[in-house]
Design a protein around this ligand. Sequence first.
Ligand SMILES: NC(=O)c1ccc[n+]([C@@H]2O[C@H](COP(=O)([O-])OP(=O)(O)OC[C@H]3O[C@@H](n4cnc5c(N)ncnc54)[C@H](OP(=O)(O)O)[C@@H]3O)[C@@H](O)[C@H]2O)c1
Length: 324
Amino acid sequence: MRYAMAAAKPGGSEVIRKIELGDMAPAAGEVLIRHEAIGINFLDIYIRNGLYPWPVETDHVLGSEGAGIIEAVGDGVSGLAVGDRVGYTLANGAYATHRVIDAGYVVKLPDNVSSELAASIMLKGLTVAYLIHDSFKVEAGHTVLFHAAAGGVGLIAGQWLNALGATVIGTAGGAEKCALAKANGYHHVIDYTSTDFEAEVMRLTDGKGVDVTYDSVGNDTMARSLTSTRRHGTIIAFGQSSGAYLDFKISDLAKGSYKLSRPTLFHFVGERDWLEANSAKLFTAVTDGTVDISINQKFPLADVAKAHDALTGRATTGSTILTV
Ligand SMILES: NC(=O)c1ccc[n+]([C@@H]2O[C@H](COP(=O)([O-])OP(=O)(O)OC[C@H]3O[C@@H](n4cnc5c(N)ncnc54)[C@H](OP(=O)(O)O)[C@@H]3O)[C@@H](O)[C@H]2O)c1
């Protein structure tokens, strides 16, 4: 049976239910994909719980990252054919056995990148690619603070930043997660559930602060992320797993003449040249030993609600995927 996991309104994970899919055909510029694996991301949580705008359809299919085989190609699509194994990231529509999608977001997978691997890196790995190359160009000698270091994005970032020659400081919740981050590129890892990370960052940087802070935790960390950053340094706010940080005032940046950016992946992958160049860079990084991907949780597609509960319960590390 062809099916999707959808929700009719925002809420807890219980709003997600199975819906049957009928025959599907791609329109011009689209392809039909039979999924082999699907990624789970915190973005899916923000959409499901209503933090991000709820799309208008009654049955809304969540999920923003997937990989599989092309089963049909619409008019005007070039460079993709029936039988190609492909991956993509695009907001919504991925929790399904099959989907049609704008071909502009789809890339062919090399033979040595499995569908499970692709479903765990198209969103998370391309996010790391833009964070460390575009939002701030990290170079050898930079000191970097990266929160939620043991998470899906965090484990990729630690390894890639280390390979660039940066000194990488991570934060994570609990001793096990700290040890995992340490084994994935981070030079120093602070348990921010038991230690004041700002004081520890200042100690590690001789009171100067880091060159760049990447904060996807939001409410619990953002105020101290600013003051853990060196004067004239950069803060990249790219998520809010602990809730939105609502206390920010532009004048807060005057505490250190900071630069602040709030980027989103879809403004990068929407540019075809960027998507192709950075997918190639990412596929090389995950196959040449620069970045090892840890797929630490797998759930059947129909059990996606359990995957959501694991992610919101801080019970996951590395990447989580759904199998079809
Ligand atoms: N802007 C973009 O383009 C973009 C793209 C991709 C991802 N993101 C963001 O990057 C972040 C990481 O995404 P991911 O999918 O890889 O998730 P993840 O890091 O695997 O999971 C989120 C982690 O946040 C930490 N956390 C801290 N406080 C939390 C709380 N109150 N509730 C739940 N988790 C909490 C937990 O790690 P500890 O237990 O170690 O604290 C948790 O494991 C998310 O905020 C996501 O929205 C942004």
